[in-house]
Design a protein around this ligand. Sequence first.
Ligand SMILES: *Cc1c(COP(=O)(O)O)cnc(C)c1O
Length: 401
Amino acid sequence: MESQQLLQIANDFGAPVYVYDAQKIESQYHRLTNAFSKVEKLQINYAVKALSNISILKLFKKLDSGLDTVSIQEVRLGLHAGFSPEKIIYTPNGVSLQEIEEAAALGVQINIDNLSILEQFGAKHPNTPVCIRINPHVMAGGNSNISVGHIDSKFGISIHQLPHILRIVENTNMHINGIHMHTGSDILDIEVFLYAAEILFDTARHFKTLDFIDFGSGFKVPYKKGDIETDVEELGKKLTKRFLAFEKEYGRELTLMFEPGKFLVSEAGYFLAKVNVVKQTTSTVFAGIDTGFNHLIRPMLYGSEHYIENISHPKGKERFYSVVGYICETDTFGTNRRITEIKEGDILSFRNAGAYCFSMSSNYNSRFKPAEVLWNDSKAYLIRQQETFDDLLRNQIEIEL
Ligand SMILES: *Cc1c(COP(=O)(O)O)cnc(C)c1O
């Protein structure tokens, strides 16, 4: 989106505000489907937790996407947005058997990631098709907060426990219709990903009734010019070839699934915030903005470096700034950032604010969660209004002591 369009949205709807570019989401979706166009049956399941606004889910429905969900509430949001249960896969980690049964009763695809639940679920519901989440123990990427396929990870059933999985499946006579892995973020080396895929194919050979193989996600997106990103087209070429060969060997038509969050929505999002104060200290110049990690926690939570620009004065002389929020503890969005000269009242725009930004926001410091706007066909649509004081009081029970 153009700075001018973003600035207009900040003027019309106020700041802080999240803005999402619908056409960017569509183009990312099509980039992925095009990369795998030779696969007969491809299903992309958008990972709802990245950005779960109902209007965003409806946009994915229009694209004929499926959904990847991690909680019963996300399942319900998907159904509310109009998805049929068959288009929803439920991939929780460490939830109760009861919640999994609730999801199964809603008709969505169940994906189980531990032996204990697999055994309990299989014994009670042998006829419900189940997908198994495998941990192939492949380390993808360097950030241990978001790498979920390695040896110490709590996610998935270890590939070394395959004999135990097979024993449970045989004893309970349950119906396994899918095999899944999600090795976490940052697939930079396609060979590493393909290696993990081979482990999944090896596992798939042990099950005779599969309908799909789900390769999870982990697509890395660029945060600034020159950043390395997953070469989706190259991955498409190489994995398609392996998948088609495996399908032939397996002797049954299989659906190839992916479940990206970040890849589909990260770059489509902008977070706009107004500068309250510019404070020169002996060591740096602080730009204090009218928001904090209550609205955008990723820089503080795992050091994400969102590109920041001054859209009110994009042509000014560049200076170095530390951009900080208003939360009463360390609340830094970026240090030593080159940004065109900032004046109080300017609007700063944060890039890559589509994934894990609004969905991780909170009311910390008793602030309202911000509004969300969808930019579609050159028009701005409010898709969530800013919270009000009533929202802060809702559900609280005031007692007289
Ligand atoms: C979070 C998550 C995803 C999405 O990961 P991205 O890095 O945003 O693409 C996919 N699958 C599962 C099971 C997840 O938990």
